[in-house]
Design a protein around this ligand. Structure first.
Ligand SMILES: Cc1ncc(COP(=O)(O)O)c(C=O)c1O
Length: 400
């Protein structure tokens, strides 16, 4: 027994992959449980039913909508609950583009080369199947979109612009206010994938430089997986991309999940309230991790906008290890009890070279030799120091 305990103690896993997903906050779980307990004791009603059980479920959905909208500074009516970040992005790109074309816009969508595939593949779909022209803006070596490139690509008739607020792989933050202003000048709706920003930096829809639509995914901020939201500015109505009932103001059919929504709203409140203390804490831990890596592996290089802290998520560190195969490195990290990611973490297990790093001008070899470390609520100094010890061992084995 002691031997087994010692083995597990030695293998205490360190989770530095919080941009892939986060563990559920206990408070979020507590908010969900009344809707998940079995039998007639639970709050199991269908929010669309007119009887008391249904009204109880609808009240929970309304409560989540009001709380989430308050955190964003928007009206609850303008929030559309979805089955996660991917669906919110798909609904924004396909639903808003189609609605705009029906209202007379050209079949033209602008996005960037470093978007999540939830946006990129939705734009590909419009291009391949619906005759849209898609402009994919390039980025510089830090991963930043040049507003002048957007200005050059915009036409008065562009249906939609979709540009992320922060990148999931590098943590690079875009100049969203400037990009939004250009779209506004041209009368073109601006969607931003804020899936990686919400809970990591302030995300509001009531500030002058705010986008016209934003996407959220609860599991990125200690909420449950499989739920998210698209907020759209009043007056913008995406065409539904799913077909069925009249839920969510006829913008997204399907029975809502009071459990998931209660969990998401609770997690969102916690994440937003923790921002002022978590941001500097995580930035210090991230820098400690980087200094340790650089000491053990002097040729290592950071990817992102790390020279400008305001343009870099506090929790994200993306590093290239020249001469080392990223996949091998990843496997060694896993064996040492270190959860990190390489390439694109949301690629369902496939380690494709990162399209983000390639767009930033990195070679295929460098892109393959890169790892992402993403820190979160539970990460502390002891985790970072233990991670560095394990990395030092791995580097000693693998260094060219
Ligand atoms: C920037 C970004 N957008 C969208 C998504 C997709 O969200 P979900 O996993 O909830 O579908 C992710 C997930 O990694 C993401 O990082």
């Amino acid at each position: 027994m002691e031997v087994i305990c010692l083995f597990f103690f030695a293998m205490r896993r360190i989770y530095l992959d919080q941009n892939a997903t986060t563990p559920l906050a206990p408070e979020a779980l507590a908010a969900m449980l009344p809707f998940l307990s079995g039998g007639y004791e639970g709050r199991f009603g269908n929010p669309s039913s007119l009887h008391a059980d249904g009204r109880d479920a609808q009240a929970a959905v309304d409560d989540a909508r009001v709380r989430l909208a308050a955190l964003l500074g928007g009206h609850p009516r303008d929030l559309i609950f979805t089955g996660g970040g991917t669906e919110a992005d798909n609904l924004a790109v396909i639903g808003l583009a189609r609605a705009r074309v029906r209202a007379g816009s050209q079949r033209h969508v602008i996005t960037s080369q470093i978007e999540h595939h939830a946006v990129l593949h939705a734009a590909d779909f419009l291009e391949r199947h619906e005759g849209f022209r898609v402009t994919r803006l390039p980025v510089d070596g830090r991963g930043i979109i040049d507003p002048e490139a957007l200005r050059g690509a915009l036409t008065g008739g562009t249906a939609l612009v979709s540009l992320q607020s922060a990148n999931n792989e590098t943590g690079t933050i875009q100049p969203i206010g400037e990009l939004a202003a250009l779209c506004r000048e041209n009368g073109v709706p601006f969607h931003s994938d804020t899936v990686q920003s919400f809970g990591k930096q302030p995300v509001r829809v009531d500030t002058p430089g705010a986008p016209d639509a934003i996407s959220l995914a609860a599991h990125k901020f200690y909420g449950p997986k499989g739920t998210g939201a698209l907020w759209v500015r009043p007056g913008l109505k995406p065409d539904a991309i799913l077909f069925g009932g009249a839920q969510e103001g006829e913008r997204r059919p399907g029975t809502e999940s009071p459990a998931l929504l209660a969990g998401m709203a609770t997690a969102a409140e916690l994440a937003v309230n923790a921002l002022p203390t978590e941001t500097p804490r995580l930035a210090a831990l991230r820098d400690r991790l980087w200094m340790g890596i650089a000491a053990h592996f002097p040729a290592a290089a950071r990817n992102g906008a790390w020279e400008t802290p305001a343009l870099q998520l506090a929790n994200t560190l993306n590093v290239s290890f020249p001469g080392v195969d990223g996949e091998t490195l990843l496997i060694h990290c896993d064996l040492e009890g270190l959860s990190v990611s390489g390439g694109s973490a949301c690629m369902a297990g496939s380690q494709q070279p990162s399209h983000v790093l390639l767009a930033m001008g990195r070679t295929l070899e460098t892109a393959r030799a890169s790892l992402r470390f993403s820190l979160g609520k539970g990460t502390d100094e002891a985790d970072i120091d233990a991670a560095l010890e394990r990395l030092a061992k791995i580097f000693a084995r693998l260094k060219p």
